[in-house]
Design a protein around this ligand. Structure first.
Ligand SMILES: CC(C)(COP(=O)(O)OP(=O)(O)OC[C@H]1O[C@@H](n2cnc3c(N)ncnc32)[C@H](O)[C@@H]1OP(=O)(O)O)[C@@H](O)C(=O)NCCC(=O)NCCS
Length: 166
């Protein structure tokens, strides 16, 4: 795969595609929570300030996106609700590109800060967020139950600027 992928907003009509990608991304129950249904994603997208992003491989014929994210902006704070890259496409910078797209989206929506929660045991995601400028601002013990085990959530934050690259 080349780096010809691109990120675009998902349409409300694409909730089934988003759910299929989310299911692939969250198949490993030991690192992250369960996959979300198309209805759950549709319900989120119906809320004010919620948007979905998809990352697609420009070299391939139309098919499933390689990753997706949902982001919610409320006044001057934004939150990444979920983010994932399908297993076959990991380790090539797509996760970082999706995070950057979320930062840009948050900035254009008027947010000054971007938050997210991540399982303390989710090493790939925690390294992705550390590499993209997030810092821990809180911890919630026993927040997740992953593969039957209680796992703490880390609350992470990074600033965003109007230009989206701060
Ligand atoms: C977390 C996730 C989105 C990362 O996607 P990705 O496309 O592999 O990420 P990138 O290739 O952009 O990697 C960015 C950085 O993250 C870190 N990273 C990503 N995957 C890693 C892994 N398996 N092990 C160690 N570090 C990893 C690296 O530091 C990397 O920086 P580098 O390229 O300078 O080495 C992906 O693993 C995923 O979808 N996981 C399942 C769903 C999930 O956990 N979502 C987050 C819930 S909060």
């Amino acid at each position: 795969m080349t780096s010809s992928w691109h990120v675009r907003p998902a349409l409300a009509a694409e909730v089934e595609v988003l759910a299929a990608v989310h299911a692939l991304c969250f198949a490993d129950a030991t690192v992250a929570g369960p996959a979300w249904s198309a209805q759950a994603i549709a319900d989120l997208l119906s809320l004010p300030g919620v948007a979905a992003l998809m990352i697609l491989d420009g070299d391939q014929p139309p098919g499933l996106p390689l990753g997706m994210a949902l982001i919610r902006t409320v006044v001057d704070e934004a939150e990444i609700l979920t983010i994932g890259v399908i297993p076959d496409a990991r380790g090539r910078g797509l996760g970082a590109a999706l995070v950057q797209a979320c930062v840009d989206r948050a900035a254009s929506a008027g947010a000054a800060a971007l938050y997210l929660e991540v399982a303390e045991t989710n090493t790939p995601a925690r390294r992705l967020y550390a590499a993209t400028g997030f810092e821990p601002v809180g911890r919630r013990a026993n927040y997740y139950h992953l593969a039957g085990q209680p796992v703490a959530a880390m609350l992470l934050r990074r600033e965003v600027s109007a230009g989206g690259t701060a």
